[in-house]
Design a protein around this ligand. Structure first.
Ligand code: ADP
Ligand code: MG
Length: 695
């Protein structure tokens, strides 16, 4: 037998059952079965006493005693079988709702027996429905915990019961030393206090006690985390040695002059730290690949600008790519304004740039007169050729695919340094593992003087008071957003809601100017309306989520999100980030219908409770799972059997450190004591990871 052996050849399974098990559980080989881990355990190692049962007992328990009385109770809708069970400490009822005459006859009376099952506590009495009965003490008392495997009714009906899995896996374990080899080096197991691989399989399926289970569980989790990190570690090494970059050795006039004379505020410590990290990266002659995470409003734009000035000081051009036209325009405006006292040449390129402007841009890029180009994915067009692109910054990373990132690389012979900025914080554990190929910098501090946004949940019946509140804010000189969902599948209906919303707002706020942006508008109209709001001429902006990303109007202090139960958490967080950008107290009002699903309620509650983007993203990950957050193509990457990205951050961190240490000392894994690990990695992961070219 080998790990690849099909389970149809195992005793008790056969062709038919194997097919069913494969279809329902995705298990087809011996290896799959060995890593088919129990979801819980049955404890038949102890005998409980009726007098000592805790009322909230959830697990199945075993008792020893006698059945003294059996009765069939007939009532309107059917009948049931009811028995009295007694031990030296008390009595309880046993109940059967489904039974046959044969079963009834077979129940042993007035004889020492063992019963096993779940207890219910009702009206001051314990009862046990459908207990398992055993008369043989040897069979009743098991030395180990018994595994319960994930199953389904469909399987049980065809005789594929938990008992069958127990038996088949128990038999497999007898052969385990021939099937399983250690895959972690001795020194690592010692330092991490991990049990051996063989034992971890014995113990995870049939642990003697909880301690054994814990040991096995920890070892298996560590193993998963470790090989995952090893894959990324190797990939990173590979990239570092492969992709040359232009070293930026100096900080010169452009940077220093701006920093000393034009900086409108003191940088936060987090901004300074991140800049330093970027500086160190760009000094090297390898390409920088850095992810800059910073919550909405944390000041990433300034970091981007200062980084571009360093590129200029070293004689290179930079570009900044944003996912939407509005956002590109905003970056352009704010950077242009920041640079107004300098002679630095900055231009904007988007889908709607005029031919004449494009021509100038193309020319100036190629002759080197243009230092900074800002734009949308129009930057990726083949016609856009740089003289010497040294730095590419990508804002709002989750909207661009990896392929697009790669296209930017190719814009220069020696690939430019890459800085990816995202305002959608992904949980630290996930960033740490998933983005191991990028280095991660975090701006974890807000500029001083910001007041945390106050968030409230309101329903339709509160609409009048919400409107009145908004009016008070407008009278104080503030501006208001009303945002409506616009989700593609039901676009027409959403569009209607948006228009009705606009009408309702215009009716109530008659004496103020109301403007609107949505995805169906022409870019020029969108820009004009946005401008009308940004300049303060309009007090109210009615919009769809096109304003989600990056829009910056510091005077806006209230964000009303309509039908907010329909938005995802990260979207709500992004939307809320459109306010709270100035010195005034800001508010976010989440309007919902009366009926909320459990999940929407969690989302709304989370939003009301915290403004911390990292906390929000952690809840988001719990609700949706990591696969969804990273996008479906990538979900396979984080498909762990035992490891949880939410609960096991300590293990993930430890495994990452372990991998770093090993690769530091033995980058090619040639040391004899690393061979088992290397062989396992090659066998297990080759082909899955393109970068595993290490053999
Ligand atoms: P985001 O990280 O969301 O892109 P921005 O770069 O748009 O944030 O910055 C949000 C606002 O905070 C801008 O108005 C910017 O000028 C301001 N800002 C950035 N850094 C600082 C700072 N260190 N002190 C004060 N204000 C800052
Ligand atoms: Mg931004």
């Amino acid at each position: 037998m080998a790990l690849e052996t099909s389970i149809e050849f195992l005793k008790g399974i056969g062709t038919e059952r194997a097919k069913l098990i494969r279809n329902v559980l995705g298990i087809s080989t011996v290896e799959d079965l060995l890593t088919f881990y129990p979801i819980r355990y049955i404890d038949k190692s102890k005998i409980h006493k009726i007098g000592n049962i805790a009322k909230d007992t959830e697990t199945d328990i075993q008792l020893k005693g006698k059945i003294t009385d059996i009765q069939e109770v007939v009532y309107e809708k059917g009948k049931r079988l009811s028995a009295k069970f007694r031990d030296e400490t008390g009595t309880m009822d046993l109940v059967w709702f489904r039974y046959t005459n044969w079963m009834k006859e077979a129940i042993p009376l007035n004889q020492e027996i063992f019963i096993f099952g779940k207890v219910n506590f009702f009206n001051g009495n314990f009862s046990m429905p459908h207990p398992e009965i055993e008369v043989d003490e040897k069979k009743a008392l098991q030395g180990t915990l018994l595994p319960v495997y994930p199953g389904s009714e469909k399987l049980t009906k065809r005789g594929i019961t938990n008992k069958l899995f127990q038996t088949v896996i128990f038999n497999l374990l007898k052969d385990l030393p021939n099937l399983i080899q250690e895959n972690l080096p001795d020194y690592l197991m010692k330092s991490m206090k991990l049990i051996g691989r063989l034992n971890s399989f014995y113990f995870i399926h049939f642990p003697k006690d909880l301690k054994q289970f814990d040991e096995a569980n920890r070892r298996l989790k560590f193993e998963e985390a470790f090989f995952f990190q090893l894959g990324y570690g190797l990939k990173k090494l590979h990239q570092k040695t492969k992709s040359f970059g232009n070293p930026f050795p100096i900080v010169g006039e452009y940077f220093t002059n701006f920093y000393e004379n034009n900086l409108p505020f003191e940088l936060t410590n987090a901004q300074k730290r991140v800049l330093k990290e970027i500086r160190i990266d760009m000094k090297r002659s390898t390409q920088m690949n850095r992810l800059l995470q910073g919550d909405v409003g944390s000041g990433k734009t300034m970091v981007a600008l200062l980084t571009m000035l360093i590129a200029m000081d070293n004689g290179f051009q930079s570009c900044l790519m944003a996912p939407t036209e509005i956002l590109a325009q905003q970056h352009f405006n704010s950077i242009k304004e920041l640079l107004q006292n300098t002679n630095i040449n900055v231009r904007l390129l988007t889908g709607s740039s005029k031919t004449a402007e494009r021509k100038i841009i193309h020319e100036e890029l190629e002759n080197g007169q243009l230092s900074i180009l800002i734009g949308t994915h129009a930057l990726l067009e083949d016609k856009v050729k740089f003289q010497n692109l040294g730095l590419a910054i990508i804002d709002e990373q989750h909207r661009f695919g990896v392929a697009q990132r790669a296209k930017l690389w190719a814009k220069n012979n020696i690939p430019p340094h890459i800085l990816v900025m995202t305002a959608t914080p992904i949980p630290r554990t996930l960033a740490m593992s998933f983005y191991s190929d990028l280095d991660v910098s975090v701006i974890d501090e807000m500029p001083v003087g910001r007041k945390p946004i106050i968030t409230a949940h309101r329903r339709e019946k509160d609409r009048l008071s919400v409107y009145n509140f908004c009016r008070e804010e407008i009278e104080k000189g503030r501006q208001i957003y009303f945002v409506y969902p616009l989700i593609e599948e039901s676009e027409t209906l959403d569009y209607k809601n948006l228009m009705e919303g606009l009408e309702s707002v215009m009716n109530f706020f008659k004496s103020y100017n109301v403007t609107m942006v949505h995805g169906r508008m022409k870019p020029a109209e969108k820009d004009a309306n946005m401008q009308y709001f940004a300049s303060g001429q309009a007090q109210i902006m009615v919009a769809t989520t096109v304003i989600e990303v990056g829009v910056n109007v510091p005077n806006a202090s209230v964000m009303v999100i309509e039908s907010s139960e329909r938005f995802g958490l990260s979207q709500l967080h992004q939307l809320r980030g459109r306010v709270g950008r100035g010195a005034e107290q800001s508010y976010c009002i989440l309007m919902t219908g009366d009926k909320l699903s459990k999940e929407s309620r969690t989302r709304i509650k989370t939003m009301v409770a915290t403004t911390d983007g990292f906390k929000i993203s952690e809840v988001d990950m719990e609700l949706r799972g990591p696969g969804d957050i990273l996008g479906t193509q990538q979900s396979g990457v984080v498909d762990f059997k035992k490891l949880s990205l939410i609960e096991d951050s300590a293990i993930i961190k430890a495994s990452k450190l372990a991998v770093e240490k090993i690769l530091e000392q033995d980058a090619l894994l040639t040391r004899p004591d690393n061979q088992m690990m290397k062989q396992y990695y090659i066998k297990q992961y080759k082909g899955k990871n393109k970068w595993s070219q290490i053999s």
